[in-house]
Design a binder for this molecule. Structure first.
Ligand code: NAP
Length: 460
């Protein structure tokens, strides 16, 4: 086997140390255990560190130890909470295959109940395992490339399963070929077709992509592929232009696709095909992010975070949302979370009524803008996109002191933002939504917290 960096993550008692040692024996690669490194560095048992420094003190030491792990090939097993800190995730992911070892709570209890480690929660042991697993599982799922169930396997059996994946690749070649041929039929750029052909036999490269129809205008592939290079991830992101989300998702098992961004017109129609959907995405009624792990599909909405985060520090009572589609639904949710009372103004009354039924917002037509004196206006229509010189509302409706957030991001300085600046309003360009929603999506799909400043740099 070619030498690789394999990182084992997961709760205590899932076999990280014993499987790590078995992998090391089978491959002849070096083995490191972060808990052991901590004990060696401090001269104390982990339980003593928890007692004297508390969990926070332990995590500090753990972070220093992880930062010093050599970057080359080897087998690394980590403490159960090591991936809670994003900075550790960046280090551990670099040029690695990250494997989550998972066992049932009952099996974990049987394996660790005699341990001298102090409680993390103060709960009885069985309840603690269930609660901490519930909290950590979304992080584990995001960080791991692969999940191995170790509830009933011996360390050698689990190690052989991992080696099989490492040697034979993470996908079924025919399945990946079928997926790639469906993409080749679309109008993706010829450079991308050549690249896909080049990597079609690299079965240890994970795939990500944007699912939509159309979606070839999306800038996400360029940004993701920059980030994968930054973080040394064996992954590629491409355009998955497909009319039928159900049919497309049925092609995925065995292809090594780990995550999707979802765009128009599939954000709502994709929901019935998912195994789980996060409560904010359910409230908004739209999914723009799908994490695929262990053949299960988890739905998220990061669009609202892309609106919520740039509004940090923006205060006021009324927020007018122009439009009543998917982006408007995310905007209504985001402004409500910031404490504004939303008002939805839309061209088609039925669509505004539909969105208002879910949010309880007041509704009207775009011509009603004069009735309101909002502190915040968010444009969630495509008006002003490309070379369209129009504004969705007359510039006379814009008053000094208002904040105007245009979700349209091509061009960056839209006609609405130009009119808002000329009227003495402060403005937020749509690129801010794009960057913030992508940062959150990248964290969900890879476990890595990437600075938005890096995304601005790549986009520039
Ligand atoms: P959508 O679901 O198709 O909804 C579009 C909304 O715009 C509908 O309410 C529609 O009104 C209204 N609209 C369309 N053309 C109009 C026109 N000529 N005049 C007045 N209203 C019009 O689309 P979406 O997903 O919500 O996206 C809306 C816009 O948000 C996109 O065009 C994009 O520019 C922006 N966006 C930006 C980001 C980002 O990251 N910055 C992310 C997502 C979306 P009717 O109901 O009357 O059809």
């Amino acid at each position: 086997m070619a030498k690789r960096r394999i990182v084992l993550i997961g709760y205590r008692g899932t076999g990280k140390s014993s499987i790590g040692k078995a992998l090391s024996r089978m491959t002849g690669q070096g083995y490191l255990d972060t808990d052991q490194l901590i004990e060696d560095a401090t001269g104390k048992k982990i339980s003593q560190i928890f007692e004297s420094e508390g969990e926070a003190g332990f995590r500090e030491i753990e972070q220093h130890v992880i930062a010093r792990i050599p970057s080359g090939a080897g087998i690394i097993s980590t403490g159960g909470g090591a991936v809670i800190r994003p900075v550790n995730v960046r280090m551990l992911r670099m040029n690695s295959l990250v494997i989550l070892l998972n066992s049932s709570p009952e099996v974990i209890y049987n394996r660790i109940h005699t341990s001298d480690r102090p409680s993390l929660t103060g709960l009885p042991p069985r309840e603690e395992i269930e609660q901490v697993l519930k909290e950590r599982m979304p992080i584990y799922r995001s960080v791991a490339d692969i999940v191995i169930d170790t509830s009933t396997t011996t360390p050698e059996e689990a190690a052989r399963q991992i080696l099989n994946l490492v040697e034979n690749g993470i996908c079924v070649p025919d399945k990946r070929k079928e997926l790639f041929s469906s993409v080749m039929k679309t109008a993706i750029p010829s450079g991308e077709k050549i690249h896909l052909k080049k990597i079609s036999g690299d079965y240890d490269i994970f795939l990500y992509g944007i699912l939509g129809y159309p979606c070839l205008h999306s800038k996400s592939p360029g940004i993701y592929n920059h980030l994968f290079a930054d973080y040394g991830m064996p992954a590629h992101y491409t355009w998955f232009e497909h009319k039928d989300p159900g049919r497309f998702l049925s092609l995925l098992p065995g292809t090594g696709v780990r995550g999707l961004s979802v765009t128009i017109p599939h954000k709502e129609t994709v929901i019935p095909y998912l195994d789980e959907i996060k409560h904010d995405a359910e409230s908004i009624g739209a999914v723009n992010t799908i994490l695929i792990q262990d053949e299960k599909k988890y739905g998220f909405n990061t669009d609202w975070k892309g609106i919520y985060r740039p509004l940090e520090g923006t205060l006021g009572d009324t927020a007018v949302i122009l439009g009543a589609g998917g982006a408007a639904a995310a905007a209504v949710y985001a402004v409500s979370m910031r404490g504004f009372t939303p008002v939805i103004l839309n061209r088609t009354p039925e669509r505004a009524e539909h969105l208002a039924r879910k949010s309880g917002a007041e509704i009207g037509s775009l011509a009603d803008i004069g009735k309101y004196h909002p502190d915040l206006i968010i444009n969630a229509t495509p008006v002003g996109m490309g070379s369209d010189p129009h504004t969705p509302i007359p510039p006379s409706a814009l008053q000094p002191g208002m904040k105007v957030f245009d979700l349209v991001y091509t061009p960056r300085d839209t006609p609405l933002l130009q009119a808002a600046l000329a009227s003495g309003c402060s403005v937020i360009p749509g690129t801010e939504m794009f960057i913030h929603q992508l940062a959150e999506q990248f964290r969900i799909l890879t476990g890595i917290d990437t600075p938005v400043s890096r995304l601005r740099e790549i986009l520039a």
